[in-house]
Design a protein around this ligand. Structure first.
Ligand SMILES: [Ca+2]
Length: 386
């Protein structure tokens, strides 16, 4: 169906191949994900020039042609849009890994998110949206604390949703950050479709430097695919509706394989970390591929494991490093892996888990805040009480 009045031309229901998680800051910043340092392409010899003429660039012309042919966008409308898109050097700077990568500090990372203030604000958010959280948890099987925690980690419950124009973020990263150009060109495409489908002013949408949008910081592809209208007002609005944000986070996790009432992660005691067998387990990666029975066979102790977990339960053994301190080890189950689909980092998923644990502890009848500045190794999974 053609709607020539729509600013972006024909409305098309495109399939969304993009499975990427939202808010990929950590992933994108990891050295493993980065390629060669930033060299501007073709006509632009330095940042300022590309700021002036995205619409005149050959690679952008090609992209616009693709959008016209693939989705029926009106060329002159896209020309107009990209004539206003601006290169932002600060975005490239933010996403480029340091030249000499330093070991990331788990404790420093954790202290950004698991704070008394964020727990307090999370409890207020939880109280304010108690009904919605209960409904989302019942419908999608995701614990309320996990939903609250993700929103808390992403934007401090909607307070910091980002100040970049998404068109600037995605244009800069799609056309002037070659290591991730393919990913961001796809997100730019998704963003154009999102704007058209929802009659949004593409120049007016704000987000993070990476183009993540709204209270839960969904990338455009994830937004189109996983966001839901949870308040039932006929629109999916992640920037203004905490209710839609709550439902969307729960739907995202459920869609990525969240298992209702199943545990998430446990602290592990690893005595002989240097052993080849242990290293091999850690190096297996974040996808649960180690069997529970292998832990005991390797001398790894995990407290409070539910007896219901079979010897064949797949898990991942991962380490959380802090320079100058002993490395923390944890095991993550399927639900931990699902958290890493939101942001592909075990640091991120662990911070979400710990903030959720702190919220759960603080919400007990006799409320006593965890000493959140100290390492908290939760003895039990978040889902225990849910
Ligand atoms: Ca809505």
């Amino acid at each position: 169906m053609r709607d020539s009045h729509s600013i972006f031309g024909r409305r098309a229901r495109a399939t969304v191949p993009c499975l990427v998680a939202a808010a990929m800051v950590v992933l994108l910043a990891t050295p493993a994900e980065a390629g060669p340092p930033f060299p501007p392409k073709r006509r632009s010899t330095h940042h300022e020039q590309s700021a002036r003429d995205y619409v005149g660039r050959e690679d952008v012309r090609l992209f616009i042609t693709e959008m016209v042919e693939r989705h029926g966008f009106v060329r002159r409308e896209l020309d107009k849009l990209f004539s206003k898109a601006k290169f932002q050097a600060s975005i490239v700077k933010a996403i480029t890994p340091p030249v000499t990568p330093q070991a990331r500090s788990w404790q420093a990372y954790r202290q950004n998110f698991v704070t008394a203030q964020r727990v307090e604000a999370g409890l207020r958010f939880r109280e304010r949206h108690a009904e919605t959280l209960a409904r989302a948890s019942a419908q999608y099987g995701v614990p309320e604390e996990i939903i609250v925690s993700i929103i808390g980690v992403e934007t401090v419950y909607g307070r910091n949703m980002g100040t970049y124009r998404v068109i600037d973020s995605l244009s800069t990263l799609a056309f002037d950050y070659p290591p991730r150009a393919e990913f961001f060109r796809n997100e730019l495409e998704q963003f154009l479709l999102l704007a058209r489908d929802n009659n949004l002013d593409a120049l007016g949408v704000k987000g993070s430097f990476a183009g993540a949008i709204g209270i839960p910081q969904f990338m455009p592809g994830s937004l189109r695919r996983f966001a839901v209208d949870f308040d039932g007002n006929g629109q999916t609005n992640l920037a203004d509706s905490p209710v839609d944000a709550i439902g969307s986070v729960a739907n995202f996790l459920a869609s990525h394989g969240w298992s209702r009432d199943q545990p998430i992660a446990f602290a592990a005691r690893v005595e002989n970390a240097a052993a080849g067998r242990i290293r091999a387990m850690v190096d297996t990666g974040i996808k649960p591929a180690v069997r529970l029975a292998e832990l005991a066979a390797s001398g790894i102790a995990v407290a409070d494991l539910p007896a219901t977990l079979g010897a064949d339960t797949p898990l991942t053994l991962f380490e959380l490093e802090t320079p100058g301190q002993p490395t923390e080890y944890r095991i993550g189950l399927q639900n931990f892996y699902v958290l890493t689909r939101y942001n592909r980092s075990s640091l991120y998923a662990s911070a979400v888990f710990d903030l959720a644990e702190a919220l759960r502890s603080a919400a007990r009848p006799v409320a006593t805040l965890l000493p959140v500045s100290a390492p908290v190794l939760p003895p039990s999974p978040v889902s225990r009480t849910n």
